[in-house]
Design a protein around this ligand. Structure first.
Ligand code: NAP
Length: 273
């Protein structure tokens, strides 16, 4: 229950009602004994600047930022190097000078390191997709010394994403990869491509790590296929939790209770069905 001293944070974007962020962050605040809370505010692109000014006036501590505000708030804050590279923020620490960060790509690297011991330096990585998630992953992998190939349905987007430190390739590159990341929305529940695979699983090998950024459903067709081929299959929940954990540490100065955050997200996804 909020008190007179409760510190408020918010996830902002539109649509927002299905966001997992309040579930994940409120579990973390409670576990850590912090008198902090997170609510969700539906804010469209046009009202993004007013929302930031209002948050400053109210003393709201931080925003977790989702579409379509990631690019809208970026020019209004002092950006970290990761955010400046991408030109988008997923986290804002609010104060007289608001600061913005982008923890998505680093969140994936944390998940890979912690969950399967994957170290990107000198590894051959194929990223399927060239949207917002793909761009954060490409920049993080390239920044960590991996060689990165981008494969995308629309070539223009692939070339734009490759400017972050990758080359443009084809699905044939999957055969020679150490790490394969599905950063397309193929396989995501509730879309036309639900139940579909982003590649022919015959290309997958047992010594590869295969990541699906799609986390709804938790077991995607790609993860099932990768498992059947003997590859190490990593779901998208790890990235979701670790990017939130980085925001939590940045805002509160407290270590994030990762397991509790993961359990809360998992329970919510399973309940959602
Ligand atoms: P986005 O910006 O809309 O990009 C979508 C990407 O998927 C584009 O590259 C698009 O290709 C491709 N795509 C869509 N439908 C396709 C199809 N039928 N066949 C081939 N390619 C297709 O979306 P996003 O924000 O990057 O998110 C992508 C996925 O990652 C979503 O499922 C999202 O839930 C997930 N995600 C997970 C996390 C996490 O923490 N685990 C974080 C962010 C996003 P074109 O360029 O050709 O359109």
């Amino acid at each position: 229950v909020p008190s007179g001293a409760t510190q408020l944070t918010a996830v902002v974007g539109a649509p927002i009602r299905h966001s997992l962020s309040p579930t994940i962050f409120n579990a973390a605040f409670a576990e850590s004994g912090l008198d902090w809370t997170m609510v969700a505010f539906e804010v469209d692109a046009e009202r993004g600047p007013a929302a930031l000014a209002g948050a400053q006036a109210l003393g709201i501590r931080a925003f977790s930022v989702t579409m379509p505000l990631k690019a809208v708030l970026a020019p209004l804050v002092a950006m970290s190097p990761a955010a400046a590279t991408l030109g988008v923020v997923n986290s804002v620490r609010i104060g007289p000078t608001p600061e913005g960060d982008n923890t998505d790509g680093a969140g994936l690297l944390d998940a890979l390191a912690v969950d399967v011991g994957f170290v990107p330096a000198d590894q051959r990585c194929v990223v399927l997709g060239a949207g917002g998630a793909a761009r954060s992953v490409i920049a993080a992998l390239a920044g960590a010394g991996a060689s990165v190939v981008v494969v995308n349905r629309t070539p223009e987007a692939a070339h734009a994403a490759a400017a972050l430190g990758a080359t443009v390739g084809t699905v044939a590159d999957v055969a020679g990869a150490d790490l394969v990341v599905n950063a397309t929305s193929v396989g995501m529940a509730g879309t036309a491509a639900a139940g579909s695979l982003p590649l022919d699983p015959a290309a997958l090998r047992k010594d590869q790590v295969v990541v699906d950024l799609v986390y709804n459903p938790i077991r995607t067709p790609l993860l099932e296929a990768a498992g059947e081929r003997g590859a190490t299959a990593v779901g998208g929940l790890g990235m979701l939790v670790h990017q939130a954990a980085r925001q939590f540490r940045w805002w509160t100065g407290t270590d994030a209770p990762i397991a509790v955050m993961r359990d809360a997200a998992m329970a919510r996804l399973q309940h959602r069905g």
